[in-house]
Design a protein around this ligand. Sequence first.
Ligand code: NAD
Ligand code: TDX
Length: 332
Amino acid sequence: MKRIVVTGGAGFIGANFVHHLVAHTDAKVVVLDKLTYAASREALAELPAGRVQLVVGDVAEAADVEPAVADADAVVHFAAESHNDNSLDDPTPFVRTNLVGTFTLLEAVRRHGVRFHHVSTDEVYGDLELHDPIRFTEESPYLPSSPYSASKAGSDHLVRAWVRSFGVAATLSNCSNNYGPWQHVEKFIPRQITNVLDGGRPKLYGAGMNVRDWIHASDHSSAVLKVLQEGRIGETYLIGADGERNNLEVVRTILRLLGRPEDDFDHVTDRAGHDLRYAIDATKLRTELGWRPTFADFEAGLAETITWYRDHETWWRPAKAATESAYSRRGQ
Ligand code: NAD
Ligand code: TDX
């Protein structure tokens, strides 16, 4: 694959993936990104201009998608509205970008016979009981809870329909919660790290018993590249790194790593419809494609991420005040 289009490549995981492509392939990368509030040109700034081109455009606009896709060998689709809390405030951009955007890309790759990889989330499967040994597999039923996860679930269905009905050469992956550099301060881990760096307190929704299955964004990137290169067309691969923790444990770990008392946090209003637990069984990816994560130790990855946020205050500072005032309007 000589020319790879990465939609949403200026966002958190997309940018990590573009760095991964530059380091591990010879491909030229075209980032197609609308540059919403969640995007960052800076995340791509240090990459060689001869390898990475940024095209500002909307995946839901055929006129923006067509020229980017026409001469591509593959499209890797990360672009999305990605934050559950925002989808509760206003689902409109979630339906447009996640559903109409995916549809628009599928029509373009169908026209041009381009390989497609769809990046999705474990949230499409709904949630699990807290103390159940069950984890999500590729066979789990779809049961999304929020406007965000419902829009991602719908986009997965569109991709499978375009594979079956039109023979589009696509693969899908559904990953668990990511952490790492360049994640927007609206998300749980960066919000708490930057609250503490600011001298404030972490904010825990409800009792903090909800469990998320954490994976470093660079491990998500290596898994997506593996599926793009070696995955079977039409197949779905779950991506996860056995990182289950409840939110209270994560907040306590962040406080400890930053030298603050472990009970120095606030309980705030819970999220409406808050999913209890996500957990991924990545056996298919591990056995069929031989993928392994490099960040096996969550606490070491978290410590590295804390250092990154400490060193990149000029990057996150401009978004912090507006993000926190949106949270305080919701009592969070
Ligand atoms: P993000 O919000 O950090 O970045 C999204 C990017 O998409 C931004 O650069 C934004 O400008 C761009 N974008 C949004 N709407 C667009 C549009 N209409 N046209 C073009 N570009 C547009 O998101 P993220 O956390 O990096 O997530 C990336 C993908 O990974 C999403 O598809 C998400 O569903 C999926 N995912 C995320 C996680 C996670 O933990 N963050 C876990 C599993 C799957
Ligand atoms: O301040 C907070 N306090 C808190 O307790 C925030 C922002 C979140 N939380 C809780 C809610 C969740 O249980 O932390 C957990 C993680 O929250 P988010 O970072 O908002 O992630 P989540 O809703 O789990 O979804 C994430 O993982 C799956 C991504 O945002 C999605 O894009 C991805 O699909």
